[in-house]
Design a protein around this ligand. Structure first.
Ligand SMILES: [Zn+2]
Ligand SMILES: [Zn+2]
Ligand SMILES: [Zn+2]
Length: 506
């Protein structure tokens, strides 16, 4: 095919993916599964838009006979689509790579082989052969990461990574190979404390809100003059203006990659360099702690990147933790990191006595868990109260009987009531002091321990290749929705950053 002037001669298709069911959150329609779909085309601002309403069999069965209401605004008239208008389909469709047609020779090339995108090159596609023949230069791509402005952070990581690569590979790197780092988003946000935590602990000084800066950092490798995005990192930065316990802490919330970086033998080291570059930057700015949530994704889950090469392996929890530990040990060696430990050990060392002392991050596992602990403690307290009340009633009856016998009925109504009131008063005074609420913190500790047990469980499926890359997610892994048992997950590593070295002359 190539000799005949075409591109690759292969039948290229997109990675088959699961569909998201509209029925309920986290409901997924796996490959080859039956489902129901209603498609509507609407034209707005002259653009024809197609919207698909997709339901799995179970959620479709649960729909009322009148179907679904497509009107988003409750003030508008309802627009019901009855169930019989849905089509029954199977999630087995394969999307093939589309073609571009060369304006000179009219041969078809895959879009991906042509590396053509109308929005970037509106003048149209000319294949390589025709370009060579007619000596047409390749049009310039104005929309590259390299052309985006740098900031201090991107410059810092980029210099570090490229220095590392040339030291490691030197002249063996193909000419023009480089890594481009850019911060694609930097936005000031506010984290709102969850309702139960707010109700229970804000009256005692826990902040209601935490201001932070959210950043999205991406890495690209330039190969044969074309940029390939291979790594993404989402971080949250809680500065010195932020109240404790979050003050001067950074949280690594998401990290993801596709295994396209070359050369492969330094892939892991390059990821480590990016992370250490970030930690070094944070340390230089005066942040004192970094928190990393290590949790491998479930199979088929995709986070920052829309999908991943099928051959990219996912590490188990043990591998992932060791991967981070290796990175942090390098950080200790170069004196960016002074030490690290898991959340359980940290809590013990700090003599953590209240959830108020635990850092509280957006999308993290622990804020949700604290809510659960408070809810459980409250329920238990309620049950205890009820049991006591019942017990009191019984006691009361007994008392009444006693009084009836001993006191001829004189005090029979008042005495037991007083007793109950006294108990109630004791309960409410207990509830008012969070420092004595050992129930919540006990539950939190038992969860720390649970995570520790998970950590110590020997790895069952060891699928992690030596130079593959871990992906991680914060709480609420969609694996829950897949009905797959939540894999051993979650261990927070606390990396203690060393104080900033004094500037010369200061
Ligand atoms: Zn092709
Ligand atoms: Zn469903
Ligand atoms: Zn051509």
């Amino acid at each position: 095919m190539r000799a005949l002037g075409y591109c690759c001669g292969e039948r290229l298709s997109y990675t088959p993916l699961a569909l998201f069911c509209c029925g309920q959150a986290k409901c997924i329609i796996a490959r080859d599964q039956q489902y129901y779909c209603y498609e509507r085309n609407s034209s707005q601002f002259g653009i024809i838009k197609s919207e698909k309403y997709v339901y799995c069999n179970k959620c479709f069965d649960n729909l009322p006979p009148e179907g679904i209401n497509l009107s988003d605004n409750p003030a508008d008239a309802a627009n019901f689509i009855p169930k019989e208008k849905f089509q029954e389909l199977k999630n087995d469709k394969i999307d093939y790579e589309p073609f571009e047609i060369c304006k000179t020779c009219h041969r078809k090339w895959h879009t991906v082989c042509a590396l053509h995108y109308d929005k970037v090159n509106p003048e149209g596609f000319h294949c390589e052969n025709c370009r060579k023949e007619k000596q047409m230069a390749k049009p310039e791509n104005k929309f590259t990461a390299k052309k985006l402005p740098h900031c201090v952070l991107s410059r810092h990581i980029e210099d570090r990574v490229n220095k590392y690569m040339s030291k490691k590979c030197g002249s063996t790197l193909p000419e023009g190979t480089e890594v481009v780092i850019r911060v694609l988003c930097s936005a000031d946000k506010e984290l709102e404390v969850k309702p139960l935590m707010k109700k229970e602990y804000c009256p005692y000084g826990f902040p209601e809100k935490f201001p932070y800066r959210s950043k999205a950092i991406f890495a690209f490798q330039v190969v044969d003059g074309v940029e390939i995005c291979f790594f993404g990192l989402h971080v949250q930065e809680y500065g010195s203006n932020c109240p404790v316990p979050n003050q001067r802490r950074v949280y690594i919330a998401y990290m993801d990659s596709v295994n396209l970086f070359q050369p492969r033998h330094i892939r892991t080291d390059v990821y480590h360099e990016i992370l250490l570059g970030y930690l070094e930057y944070a340390r230089n700015l005066g942040y004192s702690m970094a928190h990393i949530w290590t949790c491998p994704p479930g199979e088929g889950d995709d986070y920052i990147f829309h999908c991943h090469p099928q051959e990219q392996k996912i590490p188990n929890i043990k591998r992932l933790q060791n991967w981070y530990k290796k990175m942090l040990d390098k950080g200790i060696k170069e004196k960016t990191v002074s030490g690290y430990q898991d959340i359980w050990k940290q809590a013990k060392d700090d003599n953590l006595k209240t959830p108020m002392a635990l850092p509280y991050f957006q999308g993290d596992f622990w804020p949700n868990l604290i809510e659960d602990c408070i809810r459980d403690a409250e329920n238990e307290e309620q049950a205890k109260k009820q049991a006591e009340a019942e017990q009191n009633d019984e006691d009361g009856d007994n008392d009444e009987e006693t009084y009836q016998i001993s006191d001829n009925g004189k005090r029979k109504k008042n005495a037991p009531k007083k007793k109950k009131n006294f108990k109630k008063a004791k309960f409410s005074s207990k509830k008012k002091s969070p420092s004595t609420r050992s129930d919540v913190i006990d539950k939190l500790y038992s969860n720390f321990e649970k995570q520790k047990e998970v950590d110590q469980r020997p790895g069952s499926t060891d699928v992690f290749g030596t130079h593959e890359w871990p992906r991680q997610v914060p709480d609420e892994s969609p694996r829950k929705a897949l009905g797959v048992q939540l894999a051993p997950q979650s261990q927070v590593q606390h990396a203690l950053l060393l104080p900033r070295p004094p500037r010369p002359g200061l």
